[in-house]
Design a protein around this ligand. Sequence first.
Ligand code: HEC
Length: 136
Amino acid sequence: MSTSVRLVVFIALAALAVWWFALRAEPETTGAALVDIVVPDLPQSIRQGESLFNANCASCHGANAAGRDGLAPPLVHKFYEPNHHGDAAFQLAVQNGVRAHHWQFGNMPPVENITPDEVAQVTAYIRVLQRANGIQ
Ligand code: HEC
């Protein structure tokens, strides 16, 4: 083998090793719930909000807003109590997306095809879950 071929092989192997270690360093993403949620009996008026949440938010925020490992935080969490993230914060998050600031999950993209009235229903549903879990 000529020196230059050897050099190319060496660089390729080194790059492969760096790539492999970088991949291995990725945190594991399981999608598992991040907090234990007490699920209350939902009043009829909240059921629509629950369906809208399941259709638009649960893929990231998880069933019962318990969060998903590696994807998105629980919304049943002290950070999101009404005094810290009022209902307007929910509207803004859905409309504009969220730049990651509390967590390491990355940004939340804006959610398309959901009206402000529907977001209000989702928020009311989350508030019921929050209260059932001592967050108010
Ligand atoms: C593609 C994944 C994804 C989807 C879908 C998603 N979110 Fe999020 N959301 C995130 C992530 C990630 C964060 C955390 C950002 C951070 O680090 O603060 C977040 C944060 C939030 C916050 C906190 C906003 C703030 O000001 O800190 C609210 C409220 C929220 N989401 C509501 C919703 C609602 C309601 C829906 C459904 C209509 C929804 N999200 C759908 C990923 C998602």
